[in-house]
Structures are given as structure tokens and as C-alpha cells.
Design a protein around this ligand. Structure first.
Ligand SMILES: *Cc1c(COP(=O)(O)O)cnc(C)c1O
Length: 227
């Protein structure tokens, strides 16, 4: 068996085990294969191995790959998106995991509306309050979600966060647990364009914790395509 298929199978097993520990159905957990580290050839192999959700974080690297491979999978922009790059992503990528300003929402709406494109977005939340992190603060979350009523091209499917880069697993867990609470609260409110059914959290180092805390999308790069 090819190395990629082997890794993909191992990941599926670890997802199943994490789900069983907390009584979740593994079918609820989707994997975004993060291919930002690798070239077109390797990205094609990732698709061949059966990973059909592709995650990229740099527009200039992502678009040439998208042009070659877009009919093979579903494309996710997971990294910080500059406003002036939104036009490259709208109409091509199905998901944006890093919606974190009204200005960016406006730009997406402006580009999407004329071509009747829809963008499924996760609001990126800076749960831990680290200054170096993108994302809106938990305090601003509800007002932000209310504003989404003005953007008919955007569907806020859920929340996204990145755990702090720390050794302490409890600290990581508490960040994921908080995101789940924010999601639950917003889901109850049923704001227009904010179905809020999803949670994008967990990367190679912490995806099992994220699954135990309710992730429906994990974003896996190095564990799948790393050295
Ligand atoms: C790079 C990246 C990932 C994947 O990280 P790994 O630790 O390699 O799995 C996930 N999410 C975002 C936003 C990233 O930029």
C-alpha cells in the first residue's frame, strides 16, 4: 500500500477511536487534508488516496492547484485571507475557515453576489486571546453573527479556532470546549445566514482532543503529507 493511503487509514482509525471514547459517530467528523506544504503532484496523490476535502492557506499557491484539480474535490481556504485576495477565492473555494472581519465579509459579498456564488464560512475565534492570533474575540461573537444577516452570499456554517501552541493538553482541551459552548449558544439563536452546525478545530497535534470536544472538521497537514 502507498504511504499516503497508509497514513490516511491510520488517521481514520484514530478518528474512530476518539469518537468511540466519547460516544460520537465517526461519520460526523470530516477531514480537510491540508496541502499547503506540498506541490501539485503530491496534492493530486492526496486526492487519489481518497481525501476529497483539500485545505490551502496561501491564495497564490492554492489557485494554480485549484485550476488543475478543482473538479476532483472540495476546496477549503483555511488561512488568513486578505481582503484584496477575496476575489481569487470566491466562486472557486466552497469553504472559508477564517472569516474574521466585517470588511472581509463585505468583500466576499461584493464578489460573490454578481456571480451568484455562495461561500460557506466559519467564523474564526481567538479563544485564547493571544495577540498574535487572528480571529474575533468571544465577546464580539454574537454581534458579529447578527451582522451576517446583511450578507446573503455567506452562510456561516460554524466556528473555527486554532489551539495555543502549548504542551499542556488540558489548556488545549479547554479552548476547544469553549468553542463548542459558543457554537451551541449561537446555534440556539438561529440568526439569519448562521446555521452554526459545524466546528472546525484540531490539527495534527491535537485533533483527537478536538474530536472528543465536538469537532466536525479537523484540518490535518503534517500528519498526512509531512516528512
Ligand atoms: C497549516 C494549518 C493546519 C494544518 O496544520 P498541521 O499541524 O500540519 O496539521 C491547520 N489549520 C490551519 C489554519 C493551518 O494554517
Amino acid at each position: 500500500m502507498q504511504e499516503l493511503e497508509k497514513r490516511w487509514n491510520q488517521i481514520q482509525q484514530r478518528i474512530q477511536h476518539a469518537c468511540h471514547r466519547v460516544g460520537r459517530n465517526p461519520a460526523e467528523v470530516n477531514v480537510v487534508a491540508v496541502t499547503k506544504y506540498v506541490d501539485l503532484h503530491k496534492t493530486r496523490q492526496v486526492l487519489d488516496a481518497g481525501c476529497l476535502h483539500i485545505g490551502e492557506s496561501r491564495v497564490q499557491n492554492a489557485v494554480p492547484k485549484w485550476q488543475e484539480l478543482h473538479d476532483r474535490g472540495t476546496w477549503h481556504m483555511i488561512g488568513h485571507l486578505q481582503r484584496n485576495k477575496a476575489k481569487e477565492v470566491v466562486g472557486r473555494f466552497s469553504y472559508l475557515h477564517s472569516l474574521e472581519s466585517i470588511e472581509l465579509a463585505k468583500e466576499i459579498e461584493k464578489r460573490a453576489k454578481p456571480i451568484s456564488a455562495k461561500m460557506k464560512c466559519f467564523i474564526q475565534v481567538n479563544v485564547s486571546g493571544e495577540e498574535t492570533k487572528f480571529g474575533i474575540s468571544p465577546e464580539e461573537l454574537e454581534d458579529f453573527a447578527i451582522e451576517m444577516a446583511n450578507f446573503s452570499s455567506i452562510e456561516v456554517v460554524g466556528l473555527m479556532t486554532m489551539a495555543p501552541n502549548v504542551e499542556n493538553r488540558d489548556e488545549i482541551r479547554s479552548v476547544f470546549r469553549s468553542l463548542k459552548e459558543y457554537q451551541h449558544r449561537l446555534q440556539m439563536k438561529q440568526f439569519p445566514h448562521v446555521p452554526m452546525t459545524e466546528l472546525s478545530m484540531g490539527m495534527s497535534q491535537d485533533f483527537e482532543i478536538a474530536i472528543e470536544e465536538g469537532a466536525t472538521w479537523v484540518r490535518l497537514g503534517s500528519i498526512l503529507v509531512g516528512e
